[in-house]
Ligand binder design. Structure first.
Ligand code: MG
Length: 606
């Protein structure tokens, strides 16, 4: 008979549902929760209690299907594994470029904000607090900074910091600035246009003068920078004299780096991982499923071994402190820490093997440990671990852990001959997705946690998109009519019959009355156009405010794709709100992209 843990694992993986039917599977999970069996209550049971579902002992029927769990900061919808419907759009994996998973032999994962989803309200707040502390203690900033508070909801990914001007920008896919704030004050349309859109030279919005907020890790420092911009503009604010906005940005970055170097953030996360990292009950069943499919799994993270071990212990085994062990390594074939992405994809670097007990590094030759000078054999901790060209990983074996290296080292370990055999899952559009795809041809899956909320809002305002489209169509038709009439009135004598003018077959000049009638018509059309423009502006504004009161919809700028969405489309083969959503699909699924639609085709189909 199956033990409680095994039954829960089956429930989470969907196998139990397949075998017994959803209701029966749910009842068993509910009973397990009530029985206080080993391993604590199944995470998927929480929704049953909140939905008023009864346990098996009540001998009553549970309604099916259960409603999806409400999205909240404490329990994001993606953590609801048992009750999730594969058809729920928030759990979908979306496809930009077709990908047949049968051709994928190795799947790699970034760790931070991919395998481990941090809680911005606590994690980014911690980063903000610690950065302020460093600015005061080491960069000469006034103690008044300790009074600054952090709003984790204010900033979003995809924004761009203009370091020289102290501005925050939202840019569309054509690099046209649609929203601009100086500190927290919006720029006037005139200032925005003259500074960015009508300038002699179009900006590329890249380093060194601009910084992209393309990871959730950047939200706190971006917010703090804007706070300091406001302070700098205040006379007598106490900020170090003579600092430019760019200097302040550099100080903030330096303080953030210091937080990472001195371990102040990592220590706090290690002590209280439950406070900073979301629980994801779908993760282990997903890794189990992928391993059963025969694919090799690896972790490639920029975090070093000590912190990676803390985070992975928590997300996989729920272990912390003295309870931490190395069991999580058995889910992977190789783990590369400190791999310095995106350089990992383009520059050779020494590969070290990490001795997981002590954290010491051993030199390697392509992943194989080297005997130190003066020694007869390898040091005891890794004696006998000299690896063949690829990692031999039997079920239950723990992955070997490395630091640094180059993507070819990884290919060798995993016995991968072509980049197209690798699917890499990450959250950073540049470091994880863009470089690996462009340089190596790796297939990519971008994790976008914000997509959950974005889809939820979109689903609630489907009518807006159609109304906006109609308003734009009417406005454009009026525009066209007005422009043609204006041209005609200014360039040709009016004929008694206006149809002659329209096709260029005009006869004599129009009378004064007729000319006045045309001008009245023009004025009327202009009035209609202005009314339509205002309706469109107001609806577009209110539509965006449904997503975010300041920055609007993540994927759009106005009614065009945002720069962030544009990069997603170009470089991410797949994207989804959470890694665990993969569990709703076969590990051999053939993902198919949508057909491309050009503007003229869209016009015909509308
Ligand atoms: Mg990451």
């Amino acid at each position: 008979m199956l033990g409680c843990r095994a039954v829960r694992a089956l429930c989470r993986s969907g196998q139990l549902r397949a075998a017994l039917g959803s209701n029966r599977a749910r009842l068993i999970v509910a009973e397990l929760a009530g029985s206080g069996g080993s391993g604590g209550p199944a995470a998927g049971v929480v929704p049953a209690a909140t939905n008023g579902a009864t346990s098996l002992r009540d001998k009553t029927t549970v309604a099916f299907p259960p409603p999806p769990v409400a999205c909240s900061e404490e329990q994001p919808v993606w953590t609801d594994q048992v009750w999730a419907s594969p058809l729920d759009i928030r759990r979908r994996v979306f496809c930009n470029r077709s990908l047949n998973m049968k051709s994928i032999s190795a799947i790699g994962f970034d760790m931070d904000y991919t395998l481990a989803q941090y809680k911005p309200e606590t994690f980014e707040a911690l980063a903000h607090t610690q950065t302020v502390d460093k600015l005061v203690k080491f960069f000469g900033y006034p103690a008044e900074l300790y009074d600054l508070t952090f709003d984790h909801t204010y900033m979003c990914r995809g924004l761009i910091i203009d370091k020289r001007r102290g501005n925050m920008l939202k840019v569309d896919r054509h690099k046209y600035v649609k929203l601009a704030f100086h500190g927290f004050t919006p720029l006037s349309r005139e200032d925005r246009m003259s500074t960015y859109n009508n300038a002699d030279k179009r900006e590329e919005y890249d380093e060194p003068h601009f910084a992209l907020i393309d990871t959730l890790f950047s939200l706190a420092e971006a917010y703090l920078f804007m706070q300091l911009v406001e302070l700098k503009d205040e006379p007598g604010s106490g900020l170090p004299p003579g600092k430019t906005y760019a200097d302040i940005y550099r100080d903030v970055r330096g303080a953030v780096d210091l937080c990472h170097r001195d371990g102040s953030i990592k220590r706090e996360v290690a002590a209280n991982p439950e406070k900073y990292i979301h629980d994801d009950p779908g993760l282990v069943p997903l890794l189990d499923m992928l391993r059963r499919s025969g694919k090799k799994l690896f972790v490639a993270t920029n975090s070093l071994w000590d912190y990676s071990n803390v985070v992975m212990n928590w997300v996989i085994s729920r272990r912390k402190g003295a309870d931490r062990d190395l069991e999580w390594l058995k889910y992977f074939d190789a783990v590369v820490t400190g791999c310095a992405k995106p350089r990992f994809f383009s520059e050779r670097s020494n590969l070290f093997e990490v001795h997981t007990g002590t954290g010491m590094l051993w030199n390697t030759e392509g992943g194989s440990p080297m005997v130190p000078v003066g020694e007869e054999d390898l040091p005891t901790p890794i004696l006998g671990s000299t690896a063949p060209p690829h990692v031999q990983h039997a079920p239950g074996d723990r992955a070997r852990v490395f630091q640094g290296g180059y993507y070819l080292d990884l290919h060798k370990m995993l016995d991968v001959s072509s980049g197209s055999e690798v699917l890499y899952v990450g959250d950073h559009i540049f470091a994880d997705v863009l470089r690996s795809k462009k340089a190596l041809g790796w297939r990519t899956l971008l994790v976008v946690p914000e997509l959950d909320a974005e889809l939820e809002v979109l689903a609630g305002c489907k009518g807006n998109a159609e109304e906006l489209r109609m308003l734009r169509k009417q406005r454009d038709a009026l525009d066209d009519q007005i422009q043609r009439l204006e041209w005609q009135l200014s360039n040709a004598p009016l004929d008694a019959d206006p149809s002659h003018d329209m096709d260029g077959s005009a006869g004599g000049a129009a009378s004064e009355e007729e000319a006045a009638a045309y001008h009245d018509m023009l004025a009327n059309l202009r009035q209609q156009r202005e009314s339509l423009r205002e309706r469109h502006r107001a609806l577009l504004r209110s539509h965006h405010e449904l997503f975010h009161p300041v920055w609007g919809q993540l994927m759009k700028t106005g009614y065009q794709n945002s720069r962030y969405a544009h990069q997603m489309e170009r470089f991410a083969c797949l994207f989804t709100s959470h890694l665990s959503n993969l569990i709703f699909y076969s590990p051999f699924k053939s993902y198919r992209g949508k057909p491309d639609v050009m503007t003229h085709e869209d016009e015909l189909m509308a």
